[in-house]
Design a protein around this ligand. Structure first.
Ligand code: DGL
Length: 284
């Protein structure tokens, strides 16, 4: 068996990287849907269909557990697939356990310091200090308002402001130069700061592509602004899930396969810099 990791492109490698560090002996298959990237400006139904196709491909390659390392897919498609598609698909393939997990739940747990199952709290009358959380994401993730809704339910003293970044995932996918990326990131930090009326106290890079250029976000935000690190939060949550669910066998050969629906071959310089060496993808 292996653990499947899915993203529209190379962004999910940031999560894959943390998963591999956390579970070094597990076998992983990474699938990038580069024929259809980016997802962030697509219609919801389109994102659901593409995510389902990606999951089918990973289940067919022998993965029983899939991590959607894509906020857009997790925000827009995960619940739909878990409710309407996965039960029948799993039933037809029993006794394989088959499941799909996302990255938003662990990120919200890390942001609130509360377990997902924490009872939604009663409205708070008076809040002494509001913790302002800025979230940079794709337009589809921002439009879903998942972070605002779920954090608001749990923490009355956290105010969430989202900044949709329409072009950034595509630019990272295309490997554009650092100067161009820096200008775009700075523009989004300025726009968010204006909307809030001050700088955020903390930030989430709510698109896995942005982790690849996390340094540019760190440089654009006021020095020392804490970033909630989505890949580490996800890796911890998946390791715990595997402990609690021994029916999922993550493998023990340390296998790493990288597949793309796009053009196979070596990924761009930004990815190489992040990964530390050239990374070659095979045809999915
Ligand atoms: N990396 C993905 C995310 O976390 C998708 C970006 C995109 O395809 O637009 O949202």
């Amino acid at each position: 068996m292996a653990i499947g990791v899915f993203d529209s492109g190379v962004g999910g490698l940031s999560v894959h990287h943390a998963l591999v560090r956390r579970l070094p002996t597990a076998d992983f298959v990474y699938l990038a849907d580069q024929a259809n990237t980016p997802y962030g400006g697509r219609a919801g139904e389109d994102i659901v269909d593409l995510t389902r196709a990606g999951c089918e491909r990973l289940f067919e390659s022998g993965c029983d557990l899939i991590v959607l390392a894509c906020n857009t897919a997790a925000a827009v498609a995960l619940r739909r697939l878990q409710q309407t598609w996965l039960p029948g698909y799993r039933h037809a393939r029993r006794p394989r356990p088959l499941n799909i997990l996302g990255i938003i739940v662990p990120t919200i747990e890390a942001a609130t310091g509360l377990p997902w199952t924490h009872e939604p709290q009663q409205p708070v009358d008076k809040v002494e200090h509001v913790d302002v959380l800025g979230i940079f994401s794709t337009p589809a993730t921002a439009g879903s308002r998942v972070y605002e809704i779920e954090i608001d339910k749990r923490s009355g003293d956290v105010a969430v402001f989202s900044e949709p970044c329409a072009t950034l995932a595509r630019q990272i996918e295309a490997g554009v130069g650092a100067d161009e990326l820096r200008a775009v990131v700075e523009g989004h930090v300025v726009a968010l700061t204006r909307r809030i009326g001050r700088s955020p106290d903390r930030a989430i890079l709510g698109c896995t592509h942005y982790e690849i250029i996390a340094d540019l976000f760190r440089a654009a935000l006021p020095a020392g602004t804490p970033l909630i690190h989505q890949p580490d939060a996800t890796a911890d949550a998946i390791a715990l899930y595997l402990q609690r669910h021994p029916e999922y066998d993550p493998g023990s050969g340390g296998g790493r396969r990288f597949l793309t629906t796009g053009t196979p071959g070596v990924q761009n310089g930004l990815v190489e810099q992040f990964w530390g060496e050239p990374l070659t993808f095979d045809a999915a």
